[in-house]
Design a protein around this ligand. Structure first.
Ligand code: COA
Ligand code: MG
Length: 285
């Protein structure tokens, strides 16, 4: 799959066998099997064994599988990274990445396994550009709970306190051709709040959203997929532009709006995205 959908990226505690089992049939595009903040210190070693055994057994079908390890500065970080590397997940997610050096250090152990970075510290925001350029990195994940805590900020519906950090990371990710996933929505029973947060993240440019509960999957998958209206417009734009091109022109008009080369590129991206989603959903069914 050249373009991998990452609309819904579901966290689960690596210590919870039931969640790992359930994940095998959930409609999540990607799964983050967590060894870090969702696992209590007393359970760290058992969670590492459980997660790595599961990943080696490959029961998750077409879902992308990511292991989130503990930080290198914790008692568990080194053992996590070594075990995760041996388990060969689709990617390893490093927490609290502050600099490109953090990624370089992990890469010495993880080798060719793609690295994902939690972007959740003030230093990480300020260094987003160099982090985005680091070899081996393929995806940024916003850690908005940690970021709010570190900033002494508040969780607000419109997320103004986070806009600078989100924007810096979006710029860095797009500048370097990386995927980028928005942070979690904590109130997992609040569907209207989740939908608004997904729409905001989608409109800012995120590929998808990290989730904490299966109840959040349906809304997130729907919001981050191109709508039928958007696909119809994309097809119309491509057709109109091709027609204009045949007569030597460079600008078409669809639904009262101009269509140039760049709009056609975007239209093709949307169609490819929809196709990748259909392929993934068929494979998961
Ligand atoms: N992934 C997979 N399955 C999950 C899940 C998750 N994140 N969260 C809940 N489930 C499962 C439960 O095992 C349960 O399955 P079952 O009823 O078939 O046995 C079902 O979904 C319903 O769960 P529910 O009872 O509503 O939730 P809970 O009270 O057990 O757990 C949370 C609520 C928030 C503690 C739990 O969802 C969770 O741990 N989420 C992930 C937290 C996390 O990973 N944080 C780190 C990053 S922020
Ligand atoms: Mg965090």
């Amino acid at each position: 799959m050249t373009h991998r959908p990452r609309r819904s990226v579901l966290y689960m505690p690596g210590s919870k066998e039931r969640a790992l089992e359930k994940a095998q049939s959930l409609p999540a595009d990607a799964l983050i099997l967590d060894l870090e903040d969702a696992v209590a210190p007393a359970e760290k070693d058992a969670a590492r064994d459980l997660v790595c055994d599961r990943v080696k057994a490959k029961p998750f079908g077409p879902r992308e599988v990511i292991i989130r390890v503990n930080g290198a500065d914790t008692p568990w970080g080194a053992a996590d990274l070594e075990a995760a590397t041996a388990a060969q997940p689709d990617a390893i997610l490093l927490p609290k990445v502050n600099s490109a050096e953090d990624l370089a250090a992990a890469r010495k152990i993880a080798g060719d396994i793609p690295l994902w970075a939690m972007m959740e510290t003030p230093l990480g925001m300020l260094n987003a550009a160099e982090i985005g350029a680091a070899p081996g990195l393929t995806c940024m994940v916003m850690g908005t709970n940690d970021l709010v805590k570190e900033l002494h900020a508040a969780h607000t519906p419109e997320r103004l306190p986070l806009v600078t950090g989100l924007g810096l990371c979006l710029l860095a990710a797009r500048a370097h051709g990386l995927a980028i996933i928005d942070g979690v929505y904590n109130a997992f029973k609040d569907e209207d709040g989740l939908r608004a947060a997904c729409e905001q993240g989608r409109d800012m440019g995120f590929d998808g959203k990290t989730l904490i509960h299966p109840a959040q999957l349906a809304i997130t998958n729907a919001v981050f997929a191109p709508s039928e209206e958007a696909l119809e417009e994309a097809r119309a734009q491509i057709a109109a532009f091709e027609e204009v091109e045949r007569t030597g022109g460079g600008v078409a008009v669809v639904n009262g709006r101009i269509v140039e080369n760049l709009h056609v590129e975007n239209a093709r991206r949307l169609l490819a995205e929809a196709e990748a989603i259909a392929t993934l959903e068929a494979a998961a069914a």
